[in-house]
Write a protein that binds this ligand. Structure first.
Ligand code: FAD
Length: 463
């Protein structure tokens, strides 16, 4: 059996690639223009329209809603947020705890809205299980567990090797940590359900409509310009393709594979009855889910970045990446050695220079944005959207300051990425170091994080 490579992602295999909605017919006006029809853009449209049904909201999407990471991700709806520790250093521990609490609530918010709007996205609230497979990973896992507990997650539990294996039998597990703040989702069912929900509310969606330039009060496309007091950029990993944004957020690749549906005897060996989202503590970490139709979908880094901030072609990934992900799958689950890989694909994340997600509305220009979630945007995009909504309402005199507008990621600015070829060389060097550190840690059996990884973390500006 051959592996389908690309086709946007496995998540479209059941329904096929959607026929795009009508493009922008010509120049127009709106109260709010949202550029990008992924989770961020659609959640923003949803909350704005719910709060103020009279608003004329137009979403402009280059391809179709869910074309980007929102239609390609690992389906971890969980409470992680990129940058929390830096926000604690910049704004104090309590401010970061408030951000974390808001994230914890966000998982339930997405589940509740999906239920209310009749979005069946195969959601299963099994929590998040992260495992350690070497002594160095175990030391990091314990430190991570303590940090999460210090940020208020009192319901997180540390698991011994046997307890962890009772949830999922991952070969070589020496310990784990489990939190209830997570759910498995089908990414495309979520994004398409959301697009249908905002359309029902009266939001205008134009697909096949790339925005070539964003200026104050103008979103320019090949078919016309839409004028609005607020233009919100929700383009995450594609942001570099907009004029003036080439070095704003680095488009980092993440790639995934999905097995064929696994037979009952393989599941009997693996367990995973709770359908937890599953990850490990490697530097080049993997993330996985047990899909509703009984497959393993597993992701990891692969080729980290393409020269000049280029993105993939409709999700195609390299043969070497597919082989590397399969090697991880079989190492962690030897019972899958004979399983066919039905699908492989990739997508882009938005990575700011300091790896901190942020939300911003510039009150003088009316330009706003949200993103830079690195690898944690499925839930974070919902919190970001509710925050953008509150910022627009505050600025337009329709709303008050809220708990969300006071969170520490609001208005955060960061320097731009280095120009090429330094950007390309730096990111490739970084991930070569992470992969080497993972190999050395597996061989060394030491509890210390490898020096290469510590060096790479410093170079990356992550800590
Ligand atoms: C392989 C992979 C696995 C991931 N796994 C997880 C996970 O398990 N859990 C998690 O929390 N996060 C995960 N992420 C990250 C998460 O998917 C993203 O953070 C999230 O989907 C971002 O949503 P978004 O709407 O901001 O961006 P996107 O979904 O990328 O949407 C941006 C949209 O903007 C459109 N666009 C781009 N340029 C223009 C333009 N010029 N004009 C108009 N439209 C434009 C694009 O076509 C796209 O539809 C993963 C990402 C990838 C790639």
């Amino acid at each position: 059996m051959t592996t389908v490579n690309g086709g946007i992602s496995f998540w479209y295999a059941g329904t096929g690639i959607p026929v795009p909605r009508e493009p922008l017919p010509g120049d127009g006006d709106a109260d709010v223009v949202i550029v990008g029809g992924g989770y961020t853009g659609l959640w923003t449209a949803y909350y704005l329209k719910k709060a103020a049904p009279f608003l004329r909201i137009t979403v402009l999407e280059a391809r179709f809603c869910g074309y980007g990471a929102s239609g390609r991700n690992g389906g971890w709806l969980y409470n992680g947020i990129a940058g929390r520790d830096r926000y604690a250093r910049l704004h104090g521990h309590d401010a970061a705890v408030a951000l974390q609490r808001a994230m914890n609530d966000t998982v339930g918010e997405v589940v509740a809205v999906a239920a209310r709007e009749g979005i069946d996205a195969d959601i299963h609230q099994g929590g998040v299980l992260e495992v350690a497979c070497s002594p160095a990973q175990l030391a990091r896992l314990k430190a991570y567990h303590e940090a999460e507990t210090a940020f208020g997650e009192k319901d997180r539990v540390l698991l011994g090797a046997a307890e962890s294996a009772r949830r999922v039998r991952v070969a070589g597990t020496v310990g784990g940590t489990w939190t209830p703040h997570g759910a498995r989702v089908h990414p495309v069912k979520l994004v398409q359900g959301l697009a249908a929900a905002v359309e029902r509310l009266g939001v205008t969606l134009h697909e096949s409509t790339p925005v070539t330039e964003i200026r104050p009060r103008h979103a320019v496309t090949p078919y016309g310009t839409v004028r609005a007091p607020y233009i919100l950029r929700c383009t995450e990993g594609f942001t570099a393709s907009l004029r003036g944004q080439r070095r704003t957020w680095l488009p980092m690749n993440s790639s995934m594979i999905a097995t064929e549906p696994l037979p009952p005897e393989v599941w009997a060996t693996i367990g995973w009855d709770g359908a937890e989202t599953l990850g490990d503590m490697a530097h080049a970490y993997m993330y996985a889910q047990r899909t509703a139709d009984g497959r393993i979908a597993l992701g990891g880094r692969g080729v980290p970045y393409r020269f000049g901030s280029r993105t993939d072609s409709d999700g195609r990934t390299s043969a070497a990446t597919v082989a590397a992900l399969r090697e991880i799958l079989v190492r962690l689950f030897p019972a899958t050695a004979g399983a066919a890989i039905d699908h492989a694909w990739s997508g882009v994340l938005g990575v700011p220079r300091d790896w901190c997600a942020s939300v911003q509305l510039d009150r003088t220009t009316g330009l706003g944005w949200a993103g830079g979630y690195v690898g944690s945007g499925v839930a974070t995009s919902n919190l970001a959207a509710r925050t953008l909504c509150d910022l627009v309402r505050l600025d337009s005199g329709q709303g008050q300051r809220t708990a969300l507008t006071g969170l520490p990621w609001v208005g955060h600015r960061v320097r731009r990425w280095e120009p090429e070829p330094f950007r390309w060389a730096g990111v490739h060097g970084l991930y070569a170091a992470y992969r080497a550190a993972d190999r050395r840690e597996r061989a060394a059996r030491s509890t210390r994080t490898d020096v290469l990884a510590r060096w790479a973390d410093r170079l990356a500006g992550r800590h």
